[in-house]
Ligand binder design. Sequence first.
Ligand code: NAG
Ligand code: NAG
Ligand code: NAG
Ligand code: NAG
Ligand code: NAG
Length: 586
Amino acid sequence: MERFKIFLLTVAVSVQVKSQDSTTEPPVQIPKPQITLNVAHKVLYKTERVTLSCEVTGGPPGLQYDWYKNSEDLGEHQHNITASDSGKYECKATKGAMSEKSDSYTLTLEDPPQPQVRSDWTEAFHGEKVSLQCVIQASENWNYMWFKGQNKIVSNDETNIQGNTLTLSVQSSHDGEYVCQAVLQDRKVTTSMSTPYSLTVRELPKPELSITPEWKTFYPTEKLTLKCSVKEDSDKWGYEWFRNGAPLPKDKDKDISFPGNTLSISSAKAVHSGQYTCRGRHLKRTPVTTGETGAVQLLVYDTTPKAAITKREWFELFYTEERVQLHCNMSGVGWKYHWYKGTNPPIINPELTINSVSHAHTGDYHCKAQRGDFSVNSKTLQVRVQARPPASLTLETELSDIMTGDMTLRCNITDGRQWNYTWFMNGQQLNESSNVLKVAGNEETIKSEFKCKGRNVVRPLYSALSDGFIANNIIFKRKILLAISGCLVCCIVILIIGCIVLKITRKPEVKETPHTDLFFSMTDSKNQTASPMKEYIDSSPTELEELQEKEELITDRTSVVHEDGVIKDEETPASEANGLTSFKGR
Ligand SMILES: *[C@@H]1O[C@H](CO)[C@@H](O)[C@H](O)[C@H]1NC(C)=O
Ligand SMILES: *[C@@H]1O[C@H](CO)[C@@H](O)[C@H](O)[C@H]1NC(C)=O
Ligand SMILES: *[C@@H]1O[C@H](CO)[C@@H](O)[C@H](O)[C@H]1NC(C)=O
Ligand SMILES: *[C@@H]1O[C@H](CO)[C@@H](O)[C@H](O)[C@H]1NC(C)=O
Ligand SMILES: *[C@@H]1O[C@H](CO)[C@@H](O)[C@H](O)[C@H]1NC(C)=O
């Protein structure tokens, strides 16, 4: 504008001069001087050196100049002066008595404005690209300089200065205060430093990936959840999921969803197997992502096998008192096992152990492996229990035993197999291993309880234990019987001897008196001689009857003894009967 005015004035003056020239011969006149600047900048700054020239167009030679600033004589007499202050400048051209003053020229030198640092970041994550701008309220073509603290920043791999923008690939060393300065290189104008701008560099948080439940192999339809979490400022982060390194597509699989920081698989399938990773993505600064987490390797099986039942010593048929051990096993971890028999409440244990099986344990067993809502059943196993072969203990009555007072006990197991035997007296095991036990009948043994059982090398390894047997007064009775029998035999022998003696001593009498009643007496004598024999013969049945009666008596007594519960343990009457049969059968 200023320049334009000057130009107009110049034109006006020259036109005037020309018109004067053309009209009359000039009395020497000095044209009005004009003050011009050597620069055309719109804004001039204090640090600049500006040259003001006093132009007198077409003036006579030998002009003298005077300069005034704010109407004060500067004492400068050059055609041009260097000004470094704002003010109202005037110049005067003088020749002889003539002089002409220019219009005043107002020179304004401004302080350069202070630049400001602007940025969207006050904190930045390591690796993030951050830009700072140096902003100055002036339209010149400034150059910019950046300083971190006292040090001038030069462009390198991590810093780049382009125009007024400083771009940082943030390193932890970039944490600090930044200032900038604008420069007009050719005019030697330098602004003051901006106010410091503080940038905080933060390390990128490391997200953590966890899985619930904590195992990593799954069966179809199981549920699981992966959780990705950035600990600090967790609300500022979103999450991205990857399977085998590729981003998981959204909405492609209805069984997978990943809202918030979790990835939920509502029903596992084999295709869900793979390596899962995740990373955090800053919600505000979208290009900012954390590194990926370590991978969780998931394996989802194609099919669900049945829970395996492991049987220890499994037999189609168990004998009572044998041990039944069933083990339920499902591959993988986290299983709880439940054992079921029929509709009974479950037994919660991976192992079902019945230490001494009985008939009541017969039934169908199965187990269920369970974790979370998911469960798998095993096959059904049938446990069947049968009784052990019974052992029966009998007392044998042999003549030699009756004579010596011994007892012969026999153990009989009637399943047709070969057995070895174990004998017990009052619960104490004896050395005998054959099926017959001979014991001397004495005070102690007749009161003792005997039992036997079979032993074998193939199952069943032993038979049931026989009922207990207590001889008690059987031996005593036997002795009485023996005594009675002995007496009877003695009597008979005595009788026979008596008869013989009689016969011999009567023989002469018979010869001396042979008369009519000889026949009679013969018959009589016959009767008489026959008498002892006859008596014997006649008496024999009665004596035998007596004997039998006694036996019966004894039998009754023994049965009474049995009934009295001396042999309390006896439950099978067969054994009792056996014992008695054997006794009777003598
Ligand atoms: C100012 O004056 C000096 C001496 O008269 C001269 O050398 C110089 O070129 C002048 N500068 C301008 C911009 O006119
Ligand atoms: C359970 O089964 C797995 C294989 O399916 C096997 O490795 C493991 O030893 C079994 N565990 C038991 C206690 O039997
Ligand atoms: C064993 O008992 C059975 C029937 O109980 C019988 O038939 C068999 O004769 C007995 N054996 C002996 C040696 O007593
Ligand atoms: C059984 O026999 C062994 C030797 O074979 C002997 O040392 C032990 O004393 C016997 N036990 C009884 C109760 O007789
Ligand atoms: C009985 O015992 C003997 C010797 O200990 C053994 O050799 C045999 O196999 C056993 N027999 C049975 C049927 O247990």
